[in-house]
Design a protein around this ligand. Structure first.
Ligand code: ZN
Length: 553
């Protein structure tokens, strides 16, 4: 069936809505409902086109379908949607209770809006896509075959150390062929971003981006405190863990290619095929909450799961909300590894969030990443208590748990490096590429958990070139670190009192983003707290859990 709604038909509906008179709180509500309905229709169609494209990347027509819709409909509707937001703000006096937070977010958007920034944003979007094209197109010869950088990453887990080293070095060799190009690209992006900030009356892009993301609950200084807390509380613990890794691997020092390989040389196999993955996932879910299992079954029956790795599928995993279908879609590339178990529960956390927030106005859905990732990361950890379903022996189960717990902390130094780097870049916009590399190397040393980079200075300085977010979605990264700490709060509560923690989690899912992030976190039983004290507590908790698991093995 051909899709019916064109740009023109959406434009007509929006113009109708823009002409609606507002004289009462019922009128105000009607305005927000009709806005939500339009956003839902757009999201649903964009969602299906995205899903079809990622399921079959070799079909160029599907990619065109997606881009056509994005550029021809979604992007073109933005000015009209902006008018609608303005209309809502202008009729603030008719807003019933419960719309305070929405008005705050909308006012912020309206205040930051600058006509002259529209062409700059279009240019930025087009340019930032070049990163993916450049890096995705890099191939190198490895063991007699042409490989992409992504394909090379698999070898970083190879038990053979020289294979790991060769693959690791090849990745840099590959990205260095495009080093100049990437630097020029980044400088242009930085320039365009800086100009947008100036247009909006800010002195730098960092402050502008902070406001643009609606981060009312914390300041850049709070994030600096978070960086420091990771440096002082997390890194020392990771140094201890790295010593254990060094001993187990029997190496003189842990080089960057030794951090991902399994130290026991054992490869866990939690499931054999997707049928088994689905079946075991259902068994875990029913033990957490029967509603979770029912919703997962519904997704399965409706054909809203595509879980197995196949040639032609895009990499990674995601959950896509489909507001008109009334249930989301989960996409992933399962091959039978422990990572896949984590991924399915991660995406299921997002999925349950989608289900629970469908009744809310569009702006109260899980828009803020700090909130969205708290749902998914908490689900990973809560579900972990039932992962015995995936592992034949108690021994393997414990091993999987230790890996998951350790992963929550090992991610943090890289997360804050990526964030701190961008703070520096955009508050020092006149730096040279050399100064940029130097500053990055400085951060790598500051947050180094003991990895030996001797003789790899050039690699160390240039490692940020691999991080897509820095190029494509500036300042979007620290949210993962914030949510990870929050999820550990939730998990700690869950171990103490599962019933209460689960009730809190469900309530948290249902409130979506209808209040500021710190309040939403409180609903979940988590704290939005960047202090050293809080991080010390969390690290102590994780270390204690790991110790319990290791001493009982
Ligand atoms: Zn996620």
């Amino acid at each position: 069936m051909k899709y019916e709604r064109t740009f023109e038909s959406f434009r007509d509906s929006l113009e109708q809505i823009l002409n609606l008179p507002v004289h009462s709180s019922d009128d105000f509500r009607e305005l927000v409902n009709r806005w939500t309905d339009i956003e839902d229709q757009i999201e649903e169609e964009l969602g299906w086109r995205y899903i079809r494209m990622t399921l079959n990347t070799e079909n160029e027509e599907l990619m065109r379908d997606y881009e056509e819709y994005y550029e021809g409909v979604v992007a073109r509707l933005k000015p009209l949607l902006h008018e609608l937001k303005k209309k809502i703000v202008q009729n603030e006096r008719y807003a019933p209770f419960g719309f305070e937070h929405m008005l705050k977010v909308l006012k912020n958007e309206v205040e930051l809006f600058r006509e002259e920034n529209i062409p700059l944003q279009v240019e930025e979007t087009v340019l930032s896509k070049e990163y993916g094209a450049i890096v995705g197109g890099i191939t190198v010869d490895f063991m007699g075959e042409r490989k992409t950088l992504q394909q090379l990453s698999v070898y970083l887990r190879d038990p053979n150390r020289s294979v790991r080293e060769a693959a690791w070095r090849k990745r840099f060799e590959g990205i260095w062929t495009k080093r100049e190009e990437l630097n020029v690209l980044f400088d242009r992006l930085k320039e365009i971003r800086h100009r947008q900030a100036l247009n909006a009356g800010f002195s730098n892009y960092r402050d502008y981006a902070h406001r643009l993301k609606g981060r009312f609950e914390y300041t850049p200084e709070d994030l600096f405190r978070f960086h420091e807390a990771v440096e002082k509380e997390v890194v020392p613990y990771l140094r201890e863990r790295l010593k254990v890794r060094r001993e187990k691997l029997g190496v003189e020092s842990v080089k960057p290619w030794d951090t991902e390989v399994d130290v026991d040389g054992k490869v866990l196999k939690p499931f054999k095929n997707v049928e088994e993955l689905v079946e075991k996932t259902e068994r875990v879910l029913v033990k957490i909450h029967p509603t979770f299992q029912e919703r997962f079954s519904l997704m399965k029956e409706k054909g809203l799961l595509d879980l197995e790795n196949r040639k032609g599928k895009a990499p990674g995993g995601y959950n896509h909300t489909l507001p008109k279908t009334g249930a989301p879609f989960i996409f992933m590339n399962a091959v039978g590894r422990p990572d896949d178990v984590r991924t399915i529960f991660h995406e299921l956390g997002h999925a349950m969030h989608s289900f629970e927030t469908l009744h809310l106005p569009t702006l109260y859905r899980p828009e803020r990443m700090e909130v969205a990732e708290l749902a998914s990361m908490s689900m990973e950890l809560i579900s972990m208590e039932q992962w015995r379903e995936f592992y034949e022996s108690e021994e393997d189960f414990k091993k999987a748990k230790i890996e998951e717990l350790e992963g929550t902390l090992t991610f943090l130094p890289w997360c804050v490096i990526v964030d701190a780097f961008q703070h520096w870049i955009y508050t020092n916009p006149n730096h040279t590429p050399k100064e940029r590399y130097d500053y990055f190397a400085h951060l790598m040393d500051r947050f180094n958990p003991g990895v030996d980079w001797t003789g790899l200075e050039e690699e160390k300085r240039t490692r940020w070139l691999f991080q897509l977010h820095i190029f494509e979605v500036p300042f979007y990264y620290i949210e993962y670190g914030i949510a990870q700490i929050g999820a550990l709060d939730v998990y700690r509560n869950y171990l103490k009192d599962p019933e209460k923690a689960l009730q809190d989690y469900l309530r948290f899912l249902r409130v979506g983003c209808s209040s500021p992030v710190d309040e939403v976190y409180r609903t979940a039983g988590a704290k939005l707290d960047f202090s050293r004290e809080h991080l010390r507590e969390i690290v102590g908790f994780v270390a204690g859990e790991i110790e319990k698991l290791e001493s009982s093995r």
